[in-house]
Ligand binder design. Structure first.
Ligand SMILES: [Fe+2]
Length: 208
């Protein structure tokens, strides 16, 4: 399987300081109490019906909306993030989340969406200047050898297999910010993009 590849899409990303400032002011405040998760998460778009974007119970509720809704101010402050979402091969975006790492992340798998979809099926974007720095790792076994993907400055979008490969973060990098995109993929467009990217970035691809 292809466990990791940079993605062949050039994009603009927001200023790091602006992102950190936004996350510090708008992150979900009860994540640790409700879910035991300690890094700062900030939902910026969702198909859930959200009244309070800082309340985990609201953000992760099962009340769905028909439309993707953006958190207040996001379309004005971070148009680059919306452009990125539109450039990726989703047929239906369910949520966009900013994540500012504050703690180590144990080796784990996520089995949420896109099970059985051509791997790698999870798209993230590195939004802070931590290119080519070890922290985020991928591993075939839960406690197997760790491989640190090289995330490229010119191509900060990457894809990895999040439901068969294990992954985590074993160093806390100062104010590392990623965008997590959750949605249903247009499989044909997704496969074309992955194959093109794997060919272009063959020296950076991780396979198991
Ligand atoms: Fe994960």
């Amino acid at each position: 399987m292809i466990a990791y590849t940079p993605i062949d899409i050039s994009c603009k990303i927001p200023e790091h300081e602006l992102l950190v400032d936004y996350i510090e002011k708008n992150h979900i405040t009860n994540l640790k109490d409700q879910y035991g998760y300690t890094s700062l998460l900030c939902a910026i778009a969702s198909k859930n019906l959200i009244l309070n974007w800082q309340d985990a119970n609201d953000v992760f509720s099962n009340r769905t909306n028909k439309e993707l809704t953006f958190a207040p101010g996001v379309t004005d402050i971070f148009p680059e993030l919306i452009d990125i979402a539109n450039l990726l091969p989703f047929k239906d975006i369910l949520g966009l989340v900013l994540n500012l790492h504050t703690t180590l992340l144990e080796s784990h798998r996520d089995d949420l969406l896109n099970l059985g979809v051509y791997s790698p099926e999870r798209y993230n974007v590195l939004l802070s200047p931590h290119y080519e720095q070890d922290s985020f790792f991928i591993s075939k076994e839960k406690h197997g050898e760790k491989h640190y993907p090289k995330i490229l400055k010119e191509y900060p979008i990457y894809a990895f297999n999040n439901n068969e490969a294990y992954h985590g973060a074993d160093i806390v990098l100062d104010k590392r910010v990623i965008l997590i995109l959750i949605g249903n993929l247009d499989e044909q467009k997704h496969i074309e993009l992955i194959n093109r990217s794997v060919e272009k970035f063959k020296d950076y691809v991780i396979r198991y």
